[in-house]
Design a protein around this ligand. Structure first.
Ligand code: ATP
Length: 240
């Protein structure tokens, strides 16, 4: 449903993304792995319309979306859970969620009820300020806010960042649950261990390029994947 091909993005002279191709299917999680600076976030931002691609194409259900503004992409079924959650701290949990549902119109309340079913902690805290939630709860809120637009595809930038492993596991379980309900998920992670068990496909990036694409089960033993998230030195051996 989401197809990216030959995507290039530059910041001035820095070629951050060079010829990236990947796909996300309904009901599946595609995990993009790579070390710091590999170009993962830039890939996600270009798909979400936050940075303009130099060339290449992004299509959603066969229709071209390359370079469209984020609010148009939301209406077409693409929702972003940004790095660092970006919840509105002074607003209540419910207000944050309603902001994500502005495209849902009359179905906003119905969708809100579904999000509360999925994340009971958000229902419990609905009237409290979002800024008072723990990091894990804020990640749930950012995810719930994305779901409020009833997306076909959710883009997630480093959901595990700064969270304890047990919290990461519970968030990834929710991501898996949403995928099992038919949503396609594209997730960027530096922390490979956090994602490999729940994902379907792995795309590993290094220096702006895709160096591996394959099923998650096969990725763990693949040298280029290890290199992508551990760094070149990981496979060079002692003294290298
Ligand atoms: P991280 O996990 O640290 O976010 P990443 O794999 O997501 O890393 P990007 O953030 O996409 O990598 O960065 C790719 C390259 O582009 C890096 O060399 C980075 O320094 C550069 N870069 C990223 N954002 C900008 C920007 N706004 N202006 C200039 N260069 C940038």
């Amino acid at each position: 449903m989401l197809e990216v091909s030959d995507l290039h993005v530059s910041y001035g002279k820095i070629e951050a993304v060079r010829g990236v191709g990947l796909s996300v299917r309904p009901g599946e999680i595609t995990l993009v792995l790579g070390a710091n600076g590999a170009g993962k976030s830039t890939t996600l931002k270009a798909i979400a319309g936050l940075v303009p691609p130099l060339r290449g194409s992004v299509t959603l259900d066969g229709a071209e979306t390359t370079g469209q503004a984020p609010h148009r992409l939301v209406r077409r079924g693409l929702a972003l859970v940004p790095e660092g959650r970006r919840v509105f701290g002074p607003l209540s949990v419910a207000e944050n969620l309603r902001l994500g549902g502005y495209t849902a119109g009359k179905r906003c309340e119905e969708t809100l009820a579904r999000v509360y079913d999925t994340f009971p902690i958000l229902a419990e805290r609905r009237n409290g300020a979002a800024g008072l939630l723990s990091g894990g709860e804020q990640q749930m809120l950012a995810f719930g806010r994305a779901l409020m637009s009833q997306p076909k595809v959710v883009l997630m930038d480093e959901p595990s960042m700064g969270l304890a492993p047990v919290v990461v596991d519970s968030i990834l379980a929710k991501v898996r649950q949403m995928a099992d309900e038919g949503i396609g998920v594209l997730m960027v992670e530096q922390n490979a261990e956090a994602g490999l068990d729940v994902t379907d496909q792995v795309v590993a990036m290094a220096r702006g390029e895709v160096v591996y694409t394959g099923a998650s089960g096969d990725a763990r033993n693949h040298a280029s994947v290890l290199r992508a998230f551990l760094g070149e030195a990981a496979l060079a051996g002692p003294g290298a």
